[in-house]
Every structure is written in structure tokens, then in C-alpha cells.
Design a protein around this ligand. Sequence first.
Ligand code: SAH
Ligand code: TYD
Ligand code: ZN
Length: 409
Amino acid sequence: MPSTSQCRVCGDQVTEFFDFGRQPLSDAFHTPGFDFEKEFFFRLAVGLCQGCTMVQLMEEVPRDNMFHEEYPYHSSGSAYMREHFEGLAKRLLATELTADDPFVVELGCNDGVMLKVMAESGVRHLGVEPSGGVADVAAAKGVRVRKSFFEESTAKEIAAEDGRADVIYAANTLCHIPYMESVLSGVRALLKPTGVFVFEDPYLGDIVERTSFDQIYDEHFFFFTARSVREMAARNGLELVDVERLPVHGGEVRYTLAPAGERTPSQAVADLLRDEAESGLAEPATLQEFGRKVTVIRDDLTGLLRRLKDEGKKVVAYGATAKSATVTNLCGITPDLVSFVCDTTPAKQGRVTPGTHIPVVTPDTFAADYPDYALLFAWNHADEIMAKEQAFRDAGGKWILYVPDVRIV
Ligand code: SAH
Ligand code: TYD
Ligand code: ZN
């Protein structure tokens, strides 16, 4: 019998379709001296709700274990993502924030990559960010930040202190929050009737199409579709009024919600709903097939790395992503197969990868003695990374990719 749980959106039954087994916290990069007997693990498994079709994790990790003072992910680490968020900020300024004294709130503002533009434009704004370290980086850029988790009580306090918002925005954050009812009640309490809640997260359609299974890890609790988001919104007095597909992070959708009845849904909403129905996206058979492909990638990647090791090749990895925790722990990729992973994030360097304890080093170490192969964990930044590491390829180096299948390029 497959395991079941209760849907965090509608309360109906969630049936598991893939089990990744014992997994660590994907952003817990411990120092080599850490007492690894104390390393946190949980069972990472994913299921489909038979009621609202929301795909979600079977087990929830307590939020304080993931988002705290030392949360290491810094959004500004990619030039491409900086441009992406600056572009979005400018668009919001030109469209939704044109009234007198507009007010924008961002959930999970991280290091202020988006709100910096609002601060520089003199627009009233607030970032809500529970991870203290990155919140301090945002504050140093002139961004006004409140160090807390966004939920209903936080939203009501903000509305009382600052008034209601024209825009509430969240990138790669809403899917991190299992307590959805509290968040959406909060959004309703904080948003003006004329306002919008805009959020963007990895899209289940892209995850299934590319078998990008490494989008599934502790922090990503929900995997949205237009259909599941529409149902989730409707249960909370909101309406899905627009969707936009985005190329970032391997494929995302930006959803716009408005208080029910306030705006007319765009044609794009109807189109995406139709595509999802036609492809059978959130159907058990589609998700079972996804799971089968994951096991093929797992076996191919482990087979390739073992073969390269036997041939005496030097193999390292590039980008200590949160996503890679799922890959390394599912495939058993430890330092005997991949000697190190390089990453630009100071908060990860000198530490080891979660669960598999591969040392994280600076990109200088990578360049000092190019390996034969580099396993690209940050595959979603492939263009940016391959361009800046052209010298690696010039020196005869090859990249290993595993999404949508295992390939050497
Ligand atoms: N928006 C950024 C950061 C995404 S990482 C980007 O797209 O790059 C997810 C962020 O959400 C983290 O900084 C985490 O601390 C924050 N977060 C987690 N739970 C939250 C909550 N309940 N309210 C607000 N932020 C939250
Ligand atoms: P990312 O894929 O954005 O997210 P997640 O951790 O949620 O999976 O993480 C990219 C990681 O790759 C981040 O640790 C920074 C690192 N990185 C580099 O080391 N060099 C680069 O050129 C880029 C773009 C990222
Ligand atoms: Zn449900």
C-alpha cells in the first residue's frame, strides 16, 4: 500500500508516488568538525492530492530547522537572476505601483535582490524574511526588512502598522510554506481590494517534462500547477487572474492572484489549464512514469561516475545547490566519486555537502587544476557558468549533465 497523508491545501488524501529515501536538510552545509551523529535526516517523498491535485511532500520539516541566521542561499549569486529580479521590479513599478504612495511587500526577500530596486526608486516597501543573515545583507542595501516568517499574524501586524499593500510578491518562497491557509488569510488581510499577489515557483509541468527531480527537496513543499493554484486561491477568497511561464531555475510559472471578482482572468490562464488537462499533468499515471524516469537517471549517473572512477578520471562538481542534496543522497555520490564541489557562496565554502560530505571549495580551486569532468549541479545556470568557465573546456574538460537525462557535453 502506498503511504498517504492529508493535503495541506484542501484536507483530502495525498497518495505518494515517489520516495527519495533518507535525505538531509538541503541547505545544511556543516563544517568538517561537526558531530555528524547529529545530522538531521527525514524521509523525502512526494505525493498527489486526489482532491485539489496539489503535488506536495509527504513529510514536513520544521521551518526553524531550515530558515535561520545561517541560511546560506544568497539570491544575488547569479548575474542572470539579478537581471531577472530587476526586470520584474521595473515592470511592477510601471504597472501595479503607479498610484499615489504605493506599498509593496515581498515574502522571502532574501538578500534584497528585488527590493533594492524599490528602495532606490523611493517606493514604500517591506521585505519579510525569517533568515537573519540574508535579511541583514538586504538591510545593508537600504531595504526595509522585518525578520519574521510571513503568516496570518505577521500580515495583520504589517497591515496595522503600514496599511494595505498594492502588491505582495514572493519568488521561490510560497512553495516553501506548508501552512498555506495561514499565508493566504494573511495575503487577504494585507492586500488592497485592487491589489495583486504575484508569486513565481518551479512549475510541475517543467519538472515532469524534464525529469528535473532535484527540484524536490525539504524546502520545496509544494509543486504548483495552474489547476492546483486556482483551487488553492478559490478556497481562500482569491482568484487566479494571470500566469506567465519563466525560463529561470529550469522552468517556473509566475502566478497572479487577485481578490475574487476584482479582475478578469487572462487568456493565458485558460490556455495553461487546457494544456495541463490535455497532457494529463497531475494524473497518477504521469507521475508514476516520472518516478520511473528518476530511477533511470539515478542508475545512469551512478554507473557513469563509477566507470569514470575506475578509469582513473578526475571528477568534481560545480555549484553546491540545494537541489544537489537530492541527487547526491539518492545516488550515493560521496567524495570517492566526486572529490569536491566548487561554489561562489562564502557561506558554503570550507564546509561539506549535506548528507554526503563532499568538501565545498572556491571556484579558484577548480581553475587551479582543471579536472577531466565537472558534474554540473547548478544546471539551471548552465549558460552563465559554461560561458564563464570556457577555459575549462578549452583545457579539454567536459561537463556532465543529468537533466533531462545523463549526458556528457
Ligand atoms: N526570493 C529569493 C529567495 C528564495 S529562497 C529568490 O527567489 O531568490 C526562499 C526564502 O524564503 C528564504 O530566504 C527563506 O528564509 C524565506 N522564507 C521561508 N519561509 C518564509 C515565510 N514563511 N515567510 C517569508 N519568507 C520565508
Ligand atoms: P541555485 O540553483 O540558484 O539554487 P538552489 O540552491 O535553490 O538549488 O543555486 C546556485 C548555486 O550555484 C549557488 O550556491 C551559487 C552557485 N553558483 C556558482 O558557484 N557559480 C555561478 O556562476 C552561479 C550562477 C551559481
Ligand atoms: Zn488537496
